[in-house]
Design a protein around this ligand. Sequence first.
Ligand SMILES: [Zn+2]
Length: 229
Amino acid sequence: MLTLEQKQKIINFYHPQMEGKNNFSILKDNNKKYYFNGFNRTKMVLGFEQTFSSLEEAQKDPTTIIITPFEFFQEIFPQEFEKAFDKRTYDYLKTCKENLRLIDVKYGHDGEDFEKQFSYRIWADLTGSGVVEVGQLENGNWVAEFSYRCGIDDYVIVDMYFEKKPTKKDITTAKLIENIFDHLIFPRWEPFHMTFTCWECGSTVHWLDIPGSLEKKWECYQEKYCNCC
Ligand SMILES: [Zn+2]
């Protein structure tokens, strides 16, 4: 994602430092320290002395780097990042995403601007409306959009970006990966336990040692069953 040159520029300019296990700080505005949670996935703008009135304006500037603290953590402190996660789980989920040709997932209130070409009806555990709208973007990528409620009066619009036309199964798998990913990251201060004791045979098992598909592994993990005894 970041080039070596960009990384060096960030290090020289912002002097990033780890602050405990999952947090880091950068220096800006006359050496004032700003703290970030390394799991935060909200975009931040690194303008290198330039300030912008909006994200759109910042995006137009080629020297500005727009990155989430989560990506920053991963790129600037790769060793610490690996320690904060279970690398095996992280790599596995990354491969699952690549296999789906899932590029990105965005959460917001506005949604993507695209022409809806068709829709899937998907209920179980996925959408509030039961409908996922799908369409192709000008750059050739595909987007699948749905919304769900996340509070009494609040809702969130989810946009999933794929390099190919997503099937219904691709969308539910992508959502499952997102759920597992969030489970992996939250709660923020406690390491997530990737291993468990099988209630049936008593062996200690890493959730990725459970045989079967991603769906099967996750189901058994939640039941604390190794699926091989
Ligand atoms: Zn067992």
